[in-house]
Every structure is written in structure tokens, then in C-alpha cells.
Ligand binder design. Structure first.
Ligand SMILES: *Cc1c(COP(=O)(O)O)cnc(C)c1O
Length: 776
């Protein structure tokens, strides 16, 4: 780094570590690419608008099997390894689960020696940093690049022009698109190191640059300086920010431009790499699979067809067939507001050639399937439907949990399922055990290795061998110590980072995830108020001390859940300062939930809150991280909770609430919310306290809208599930009072979570969707 060791700052050490680790990975990185190229191996191209990798360096050290020696080397230098890695920014290039899933899958692909590229955007500003002011969420820009991106390599030689706008004309024999402007996509590559270091893939993120001719010199000379730089400014805006909404789509021009920019640059790169060693484009499906992570990259079909037809002279039908063989689509949500649709006018303005191709694809579906396709419309009511487009251009479509896939088949795309039975399949999500156990929970990881030996890191089913030890009091005690250690680590971190005190002896009850009405943080905080009221009414009773931990961001425009954030903080302010209840109930809400915070919180948790309205959470992966780390789940029959409960056993899971079918039926009953509240004295007491301003004395009516909504509408059925949730929470207390019983349940959870490894999920994709065998 050009610095004398005696004068080096932590930042210098971190940059040096990043370069050293990257160098250690480089031989494998080059070898993996060379093998793929020279042996003509088929590879996966995983397109995602979001990647949430977490801090890179410690993970790289673990996967290179160098963590202990790196740490020892720093000791020799008189530097603390933990301090070095703690300074690393956590790249927030995603909103939540979808981006984190992409990161887990890339890590598993590298571990399984599945040749792959991840493709995404290199947002200059990631997801906003969350602060609280008077309990309210305040967003500040995320500046993750201020000290560079030392683990990655910029590749100025790898760049593509991405066209926008202009006109299409059909002149003799061919279609000509004369775009109005072109942006340049420049590549930045991060090595993705498989466990053991034997295979290394690439995460390639694009940043947008203006093409050299974008400064309009005529306008400039005429004195219109700002106008002249307009396109240049627009180019720079394109990869500047990540859209901070995880479900609702804003339908904005900039977002569609970002999606096109990602898919066009990535698909051009896929074709470029194919043509380096091959000539016959009809063999593309033997060499490349492209996976679309949700509909955000759903322009990949039209873009691939455009490049094949317009630039390589392939016939339209052949090109469309090739696209289908290459593409796969993962659906992540049934929420109607999250199903992307783009106005035809906007698409015509920005991407006229793509619109033309989509219209032809629509005609083709009807020509091939006749009246059976009467209900299929890629364009309807002036909107291009990206879900339909993604299905029609893919040979496989998958949901992300058994329940979700069933609902995708039955409710979302029934007409498409009927056309091509078998196209829709399920691949339940997974998480990587390297980050979510080895890195996040070293004490538990060590205990596992001591007990069953090494190897579980790449064969998570081996955790089953822990099961006999669930009857061994010595083992249970050792397990209890790992939980205690994790709580102490969390306490230190909360104190140092946030000045928050954590009572480590209490039951840690954690709900961390994006704020959304369907995830029902509201149910959790209402119950917490109820608990407080009951402790006050009966202070002599034997209450299990609890710390309720919340974490998560709200989309800046989502006012309904911003109210819930404020309510949690308002309730916390009152309850935490109540001397009567302080020792038995505490609320903690550290701001700015991200992967790093998840790594601290999850190993320390006793109870995992997975309480979404049934039928609304596609899978969840937070639920898996907690159970793998020995937290018990209180949850509804939603998403992957269903499968987690089947695996760990109903007796080791706190189930409550309406099922997905019951939710639909309940919503049909007029006045269901009012009826539920009138039947529940505890819930009435809670709502009355909130309505009276108990938690907002300076503004008693602050939550009147929220309370009104619960009485009169309650789409997410908070009131309907309140009493069931309360009963389940009482069972939690009862179980926790018997520490050995609790630990036996927790160990059983850990032992039975093997199938939620992302290795299992990625193997399934390789076999059933990508048709890619492992390279090693
Ligand atoms: C795992 C994870 C998520 C997804 O959590 P869910 O509970 O499944 O919604 C979101 N954000 C971060 C930072 C995560 O690590």
C-alpha cells in the first residue's frame, strides 16, 4: 500500500488484506474461466437487479480456508483482524430477501463448481442508510464506495453500448432500429470464491457511462450549457441509485432504463463469450443458461431475440426458440402491486424495437396454441405484462417454496400452466451455511465440528448426526454456552455501535426483515403492548423476561409502515423507561438493518418471528437463518415456514394463525376485523391505550388512522390472528421455563435444517433448469 507498517491505519490494513485475498484467489479464478472456455463448458448467467453479498473479506478468507492464518498473521503484526474487517462497508446493492438469495446462490454455484456469472448493476449509492429521528425513519444516502472497492477489478476493456429510444423502420427485408442514444456499460468484476477455493466465478456489475459523443457540442456552442449536458447527466443517473422499494413498483422511466441497461449489457456479454469459441448460434443453449431473478430482467428474452435477429441474421422463429431454451424465470411474489407492467407508450418511446418483438411474441403464442391461448396476453390495457413475457420466453418457471409454487400455478399463471404443463416447478429457497453458520456463528460452528467432525460446511445434511446428542445434557449445556456467547457478542456490538444495552439473560425474541404490512410487525408490537399491560396488572407473576428486537427498513414512500416504525419506537420509549416492567420487557430497534446486523442478531436469537399473513410471503430466507442457528420459530403456515415445520417437526415449532385458504375466506366476511376485536379483550385494551395516546402523549391522535384501519379494514388480518398469536406466545414462555427442553428443541431444529442449504437448491437448478453439470 506504499505505507510503512508502523504508520498504517486500519484502512490501509484492510486494503492490503483485500488485495492479498484477491491475489490468493486469482489462480483459481483464471483457471475456472480457462476451463470453462477451453472445454466448452455450459455456464449459468444469473441476472438480478439486486445483490446483497454482505462484507466480502472474512467470507473470502473462510472460503479460501485462510481465516485462521490471516488472523494469526495480523496478531504477529500487532493488528486485530476483527477490527480490520469491521471497517468494511456492507454493499447494500439490494433491498432484502431477493438480493440476498442471489448472493447465496452465487456462493453455492462457486462451491459446487458450477460455471457461472452473476450480472447486476453497480449502484453508486446502495439502499439508503436508515436513522431514527423522534422515532421516525429518516433516509440518508449510502456511500459504500468512499474508500474504493478494493476486492473488485474494473475492466475498462470490457464495455458494451446499450441503445435507447429512436425509431424503428421496416425497410426492404429487415427491421432497422435507429436509436436516439447509446450508453456505455462498463464491467466491474468481483471474484466469487467457492468453499475450499478450488472454483471461482465472477460477479460482474455494470456501471453506466455516457458515450463520448453525448455532450451535444452544437447546443454547447450555442450557449445552452445545461441542455447540452442533459444526456450525459441522464447516463450518470442510470447506475447512481438502487430503487428503494422491494415490492411495489413505481413504473418509472429510470427504472425501466436500468432494467434494459442490465439485460442488454449482460446478454451482449453472454453472446460475446459464446462467440469467442463457437460459431453456430444455434448451439447457444448447449453453452449458456440465463436465469432471470424475478421479472426485473425480463427484457432478456426480447433483447436476446433482437441481437440474434438484427445483428446476427438469425430468423425470428429460430431466435425465439433459442431464447426459450436458454432462459429460466424465478417468480418471487404474488403481490399484485409487485407484478411489473410497463405502459406501452413508455416502452415505445424508450425501446421501440423491443415492443415490436413483444408484439410478435404475442402473435406467435396465439398462432402456436390457437384458442387454448385466448387468455394469454403479453400486452393488455395499454400495458406490457412482464410476468407473462417472462413465462412465455422461458423453458422453466419456478416458485420459491412449495406453497408459493402451488399458488403460482393455481392463481397467477393458470392459463400459462395449461398451455405448457410442467413448465412451472418448485425450487424452495436456501441459504449458504458458510456465511450463515461458519462466519456468523463461530462458537456453534466449532461445537458442530467437535461433535460430528468437519465436512458439514458442504454437506449440510450431516447436521442430522447431531440429533442423538439432543438427549445428552452435556451437549445441551455446551450448546447453551454457544447461545450465551452469541448474546454477549451481540451485547458488545449493540453497545459499541448503537449505545444500546442488552439484558443477555432474557429470552431474545427477534423480528428482522423489511417492513411490510403483510409481514405484520404490527401484530408483534401490539402483542408487546399487551404483554406490558398484563405485567403491570400482575407484577407478582413469574414472567419470562423478554427482549423484543426489531430491525428493518421501510420503502421511503410507504407511509403505512413508516407509522408502524414510529409506533414501535414510541412504545419502546415508554416501556423501556417503566421501572415496573424494565426487568421483564424491553424493546430494541437498532437502525439500518443489513447483512452485517443479521450476522450479529441471528446467532443470538432464541425466538424467530415469521408471522406473515398466510399466502403472502413467497418463501422467506430469514426463517431459515434463524432455525439453522438454533432459534425456535413462532410462525404462520406461510412460504417456507411450511417446509421448515415439516422438517424440524411440529412439536419443535410454534404454529399459529389462519391458513392461506382461511385468509381468503375471512376477507370475504364483512366486518371481520371488528368482530375479531370485539371478541378479544386483550386486543381492545391495546387499541384503547394506543388510541388514548399512551405512547404519544404529546400528540394523542398520532395513531388514530392506524387504529381506525384495524377496526374497519385490516386486510392483513392482524386482529383475526391476535388471540392465536397470544396463545402461541404463552406456549413459548412455558417451553422456555424448562431450559433443557428448550435446548433440546433448538438442537433438533439445527440438526434438521440441512435441506435448507443453498447447495441443495442450486443443485436442483443445475439439474432441472440449467442442465449444467459440475465442472469438478
Ligand atoms: C435474509 C435477509 C433478508 C430476508 O429476510 P426475510 O425474513 O426472509 O424477509 C432481508 N435482509 C437481509 C439483510 C437479510 O440478511
Amino acid at each position: 500500500m506504499g505505507v510503512e507498517p508502523s504508520r498504517a491505519q486500519l484502512l490501509d490494513w484492510r486494503l492490503a488484506l483485500a488485495h492479498t485475498l484477491r491475489e490468493q484467489a486469482t489462480d483459481s479464478w483464471l483457471d475456472s474461466a480457462r476451463r470453462t472456455r477451453e472445454d466448452g463448458l455450459k455456464s449459468v448467467n444469473y441476472l438480478s437487479m439486486e445483490f446483497l453479498p454482505g462484507r466480502l473479506l472474512e467470507d473470502a478468507a473462510i472460503n479460501l480456508r485462510l481465516r485462521d492464518s490471516v488472523s494469526a498473521s495480523f496478531d504477529d503484526l500487532g493488528v486485530n483482524f476483527a477490527d480490520v474487517v469491521a471497517g468494511e462497508p456492507d454493499p447494500a446493492l439490494g433491498n432484502g430477501g431477493l438480493g440476498r438469495l442471489a448472493a447465496c446462490y452465487l456462493e453455492s454455484m462457486a462451491t459446487l463448481a458450477c460455471p457461472a456469472h452473476g450480472y447486476g448493476l453497480r449502484y453508486e449509492r446502495g439502499l439508503f442508510r436508515q436513522h431514527f429521528e423522534d422515532g421516525r425513519q429518516v433516509e440518508r444516502p449510502d456511500e459504500w464506495l468512499t474508500s474504493g472497492d478494493p476486492f473488485s477489478l474494473s475492466r475498462p476493456a470490457t464495455a458494451y453500448a446499450v441503445p435507447f429510444g429512436g425509431e424503428v423502420s421496416d425497410d426492404d427485408g429487415g427491421t432497422a432500429w435507429r436509436p436516439e442514444t447509446r450508453l456505455v456499460a462498463a464491467a466491474h468484476d468481483t471474484p466469487v470464491i467457492g468453499y475450499g477455493g478450488g472454483w471461482v466465478n465472477t460477479l460482474r456489475l455494470w456501471s453506466a457511462l455516457p458515450a463520448a459523443d453525448l455532450l451535444d457540442l452544437d447546443r454547447f456552442s450555442a450557449g445552452d450549457f445545461f441542455g447540452a449536458a442533459e444526456t450525459e447527466t441522464w447516463a450518470r443517473t442510470l447506475s447512481r441509485v438502487l430503487y428503494p422499494t422491494d415490492t411495489t413498483d413505481l413504473g418509472r422511466r429510470l427504472r425501466l432504463s436500468q432494467e434494459h441497461f442490465l439485460t442488454s449489457a449482460s446478454v451482449q456479454d453472454v453472446l460475446h463469450r459464446f462467440l469467442e469459441t463457437q460459431q453456430d448460434l444455434r448451439r447457444l443453449p448447449e453453452h449458456a443458461a440465463i436465469q432471470m431473478n424475478d421479472t426485473h430482467p425480463a427484457l432478456a428474452g426480447p433483447e436476446l431475440i433482437r441481437l440474434l435477429v438484427d445483428e446476427h441474421g438469425v430468423g425470428f422463429d429460430t431466435a425465439a426458440d433459442l431464447a426459450v431454451q436458454v432462459l429460466g424465470y424465478t417468480n418471487h411474489t404474488l403481490l399484485p402491486e409487485a407484478l411489473e407492467m410497463w405502459p406501452v407508450d413508455l416502452m415505445r418511446h424508450l425501446l421501440p424495437r423491443h415492443l415490436q418483438i413483444i408484439e410478435r411474441l404475442d402473435q406467435r403464442v396465439h398462432a402456436v396454441h390457437g384458442s387454448a391461448a385466448d387468455d394469454v396476453h403479453l400486452i393488455e390495457h395499454g400495458q406490457v405484462k412482464m410476468g407473462e413475457l417472462a413465462v412465455v420466453t422461458s423453458h422453466r418457471v419456478n416458485g420459491v417454496s412449495a406453497l408459493h409454487t402451488d399458488l403460482v400455478r393455481r392463481n397467477l399463471f393458470p392459463h400459462l400452466e395449461a398451455l405448457t404443463p410442467g413448465r412451472i416447478l418448485n425450487v424452495t429457497n436456501g441459504i449458504t451455511p458458510r456465511r450463515w453458520l461458519a462466519l456468523a456463528n463461530p462458537a456453534l460452528a466449532d461445537l458442530v465440528t467437535e461433535t460430528i467432525g468437519p465436512g458439514w460446511e458442504t454437506d449440510l445434511d450431516r447436521l442430522r448426526e447431531l440429533e442423538p446428542h439432543a438427549e445428552d445434557p452435556n451437549f445441551l449445556e455446551a450448546f447453551g454456552r454457544t447461545k450465551h456467547l452469541a448474546k454477549h457478542r451481540l451485547a458488545t456490538w449493540l453497545d459499541e455501535e448503537h449505545g444500546i444495552e442488552l439484558p443477555v439473560e432474557a429470552l431474545l425474541d427477534v423480528q428482522v426483515k423489511r417492513l411490510h404490512e403483510y409481514k405484520r410487525q404490527l401484530l408483534n408490537i401490539l402483542w408487546t403492548v399487551s404483554r406490558w399491560q398484563r405485567i403491570k396488572a400482575d407484577p407478582g407473576a413469574d414472567w419470562v423476561p423478554r427482549v423484543k428486537i426489531f430491525g428493518g427498513k421501510a420503502a421511503p414512500s410507504y407511509t403505512a409502515v413508516k407509522d408502524i416504525i414510529r409506533l414501535i419506537n414510541d412504545v419502546g420509549a415508554v416501556i423501556n423507561s417503566d421501572p415496573e416492567t424494565r426487568e421483564r420487557l424491553r424493546i430494541i430497534y437498532p437502525p439500518n438493518y443489513n447483512v452485517t446486523m443479521a450476522e450479529k442478531l441471528i446467532p443470538a436469537a432464541d425466538l424467530s418471528e415469521q408471522i406473515s399473513t398466510a399466502g403472502m410471503e413467497a418463501s422467506g430466507t430469514g426463517n431459515m437463518k434463524f432455525a439453522l442457528n438454533g432459534a425456535l420459530t413462532i410462525g404462520t403456515l406461510d412460504g417456507a415456514n411450511v417446509e421448515i415445520r415439516e422438517e424440524v417437526g411440529a412439536e419443535n415449532f410454534f404454529l399459529f394463525g389462519l391458513t392461506a385458504d382461511e385468509v381468503l375466506a375471512r376477507r370475504e366476511q364483512p366486518g371481520h376485523a371488528r368482530a375479531a376485536i370485539e371478541q378479544s379483550q386483550p386486543l381492545q385494551d391495546v387499541l384503547q391505550a394506543i388510541a388514548e395516546g399512551t405512547f404519544s402523549p404529546e400528540e394523542p391522535a398520532r395513531y388514530s388512522g392506524l387504529v381506525d384501519h384495524l377496526w374497519n379494514s385490516d386486510w392483513f388480518l392482524v386482529a383475526s390472528d391476535f388471540d392465536a398469536y397470544n396463545s402461541s406466545q404463552e406456549l413459548v414462555d412455558m417451553s422456555y421455563r424448562d431450559p433443557l427442553r428448550w435446548q433440546r428443541m433448538a438442537v433438533t431444529n439445527v440438526a434438521r435444517m440441512g435441506s435448507f442449504s443453498s447447495d441443495r437448491a442450486v443443485r436442483h437448478y443445475m439439474r432441472e433448469i440449467w442442465n449444467v453439470p459440475p465442472a469438478q
